[in-house]
Design a protein around this ligand. Sequence first.
Ligand SMILES: Nc1ncnc2c1ncn2[C@@H]1O[C@H](COP(=O)(O)OP(=O)(O)OP(=O)(O)O)[C@@H](O)[C@H]1O
Length: 230
Amino acid sequence: MIQLNGVSLAYRDGTKALNDVNLQIKPGELVYITGPSGSGKTSLLKLLMGVETPTSGTLEVFGVNIRKGNARRIRRLRKAYGPVFQEFKLIDGRSAIENVMMGMRFLGVSPKKMRESATNALIRVGLEHKIKAKVEHLSWGEIQRVAIARAVARKPRLIIADEPTGNLDHANALKILELLTSFRDKDTTVIITSHATHLIEGQAEATYIRVNNGNITVEQRGEQNENTDL
Ligand SMILES: Nc1ncnc2c1ncn2[C@@H]1O[C@H](COP(=O)(O)OP(=O)(O)OP(=O)(O)O)[C@@H](O)[C@H]1O
């Protein structure tokens, strides 16, 4: 469960990124975050990841209070995340599988198990033929798939993807969204930010968070919120 009560975030220079956000995300939800550039989408993700802490209000992720002074528990909480962020670049000169395994370094998993999970994740994203390919030789769509494999090989409870469709044409963007959403199950929450509202609006079962100038509105479609406690 993710719970935000009256959460605001102001950066050190005084920029107010989020104002009084109230939100609850249940296990197994598919959540899209949309909104114009600079509206606060990434700031919201940074809070959920514990990279930033609320300036006011309370934020709890899987029972961990995201606040200053709670760094150790937040670090441990990060094992439950599967981040697909542009900033976490893949490492050139290394193969797809090496990159996926690097994402699992701090999980305390044996090298054999890491290789097995990484191989399965690459197969799941359709890259079985590129397992040993150096990432700099891959297409942009394939790079996104490696990034997704790196996230899901961690067997996360929360997959967070920031603009995963950027730089992709319509058909490939749709495939990446389909792939990401396919990892949602009753224990795995998937949160995706996107500018591309035309790509994501069609979902029958999803929660839409629209961010505008630091304020959010939430629309829930379909049954997913009824069933998550079963
Ligand atoms: N580290 C920071 N210090 C100061 N201001 C910041 C910082 N990061 C973001 N901001 C500001 O906070 C506001 C929200 O930014 P944020 O990155 O969350 O927007 P966004 O909706 O993700 O935008 P985009 O779609 O362009 O990525 C913007 O005004 C931005 O300039």
